[in-house]
Design a protein around this ligand. Structure first.
Ligand code: GLN
Length: 471
């Protein structure tokens, strides 16, 4: 009830696309009954959780924040949603995002941008008042980052205890950093993608947003495991319940600092927190070494070629026949397809479909798509080499800076800006590794700053243990 009333009070944040109040209340009642009857309880029994609106939910509208899927009601639950429900979680609603999860701001969905709850903190407001250039209060708010910004705002505003995001190039970790949360991207293959409407199948992973590392571990424990409906899931043994040691020993760890991540665009505040974090590990006896990930500078373009190519192919299913929107034009099938897709998709999605189809043209395929696949392997091998040299965990920034005001964010070319923002997160998806962003401090402006830990593939438990120690 408390969470539902907070959802109403914070409606102006635009965190939710759909609030599933009735479902949540009914589940809460059932959970209470189980508790009172002394029945065994699931790991998430009675816990309010929100889900990004690109996960299929049986009987509940699933839009991907796109005109294309407005009104689409899936007949089944994504595996991760089903697992949450099986463990007793209460489904609070579906959260806002960039259309089809393409973006880094949560500003590009058809339901409008998500506002960062930190925009309204006392400290930030005071600071803004001192700034003579500050806009009036109504328009002066910060982006959440994205694309899982609705999930981040929902957890950050206390309307739920955890939320599912998706992470293809940083979409869980980026908004977590901007909203002062833990944002965890599990190893590719550890958690099923069945029912997650795809952006880039070879990089998509369901992500977890929580207020502390332990909560993320508990949710991971409920979600992880092989799924016959997702052939890329692996039979990796994972202990259940998934517990983290309360007192970790980091003194035997080797922490790697990738030198290529010290980019000129990195804000001085983030940079100084990054080096302070490294010092802290050193003072606890850990070995901190500089490592090289030499192909880092290719990662953004490489991601772009691969992402748009997979997008071009994935989006082909939205043709006006099978799902969601269909235009009124019926002079020919081609005209119907074209008009449906023009009306259904925003500029970002259409732009990516066009780029992807260009890269996949017969005459371009070898030069772009195949080459990008090779570069992807080099990028992934950089990480393998770092871990083979003895590094246990990499420590990096998550984002270039703290959250920026919306009006500033939309001033620049949004797509270029989004691309730059993902510099620390995208390579991890191309390599399939686990990574977690955790909040470390407030900036001078009073806004949260996150740092990222990256682990070896399927060493998610070790990664979260280190993050919890640091937290
Ligand atoms: N910002 C990246 C993109 O726009 C990543 C998005 C994501 O992780 N879903 O593609």
């Amino acid at each position: 009830q408390k969470c539902l009333s907070l959802i109403k009070k914070t409606k102006f944040l635009n965190a939710y696309i759909t609030v599933s109040e009735e479902v949540a209340l009914k589940q809460a009642e059932e959970s209470e009954k189980r508790y009172k009857n002394g029945q065994s309880l699931g790991d998430l029994d009675g816990i309010p959780i929100a889900v990004k609106d690109n996960f299929s939910t049986s009987g509940i509208e699933t839009t991907c924040a796109s005109n294309m899927l407005k009104g689409y009601i899936p007949p089944y639950n994504a595996t991760v949603v089903q697992k949450l429900l099986d463990q007793g979680a209460l489904l609070m609603g579906k959260t806002n995002l960039d259309e089809f999860a393409m973006g880094s701001g949560s500003t590009d969905g058809v339901f409008g941008p998500v506002k960062n709850p930190w925009s309204y903190s006392k400290q930030y407001r005071e600071k803004r008042k001192q700034n003579p250039h500050s806009e009036n209060e109504d328009s002066d708010w910060l982006i959440t980052g994205g694309s899982s910004g609705g999930s981040a705002a929902a957890v950050s505003a206390f309307t739920c205890y955890a939320a599912l995001g998706s992470d293809t190039g940083g979409s869980t970790r980026n908004p977590a950093a901007h909203c002062g949360l833990v944002g965890f991207k599990p190893s590719y293959g550890l958690v099923s993608r069945h029912g997650l409407i795809p952006l880039v199948n070879s990089m998509d992973v369901p992500g977890i947003l929580t207020r502390c590392v332990n909560d993320a571990a508990i949710v991971l424990g409920a979600l992880a495991g092989p799924d016959p409906r997702d052939s890329t899931t692996v039979h990796e043994p994972i202990s259940k319940p998934f517990m983290l040691p309360s007192l970790a020993d980091v003194s035997k760890l080797c922490i790697g600092i990738p030198k290529e991540y010290l980019v000129p665009e990195l804000s001085s505040e983030v940079q100084s927190l990054w080096s302070k974090a490294a010092d802290l590990f050193e003072s606890e006896g850990a070995k901190v070494i500089e490592v090289s990930l030499p192909h880092t500078s290719y990662s953004i373009v490489c991601y772009h070629v691969l992402c748009t190519s997979e997008v071009a192919s994935n989006m082909a299913r939205f043709d006006g026949l099978q799902y969601g929107h269909r235009c009124d034009i019926d002079v020919s099938t081609e005209a119907m397809y074209a008009a449906t897709r023009r009306e259904g998709f925003n500029d970002v999605v259409r732009g990516r479909i066009l780029s992807g189809n260009f890269f996949l043209l017969k005459e371009n395929y070898e030069n772009y798509f195949v080459k990008a696949q090779k570069v992807r392997r080099l990028i992934a091998n950089d990480f393998v080499n770092a871990f083979n040299s003895g590094v246990d965990v990499l420590l990096t920034p998550t984002t270039l800076s703290e959250a920026v005001p919306y009006l500033e964010f939309i001033k620049e070319d949004n797509r270029t800006r989004s691309a730059q923002d993902d510099i620390f997160t995208q390579a991890v998806n191309m390599a399939g590794l686990p990574a977690v962003s955790i909040p470390v401090a407030l900036s001078n402006q009073g806004l949260p700053i996150g740092l990222q830990f990256i682990g070896r593939a399927f060493c998610d438990q070790q990664l979260l243990t280190v993050a919890k120690w640091f937290e």
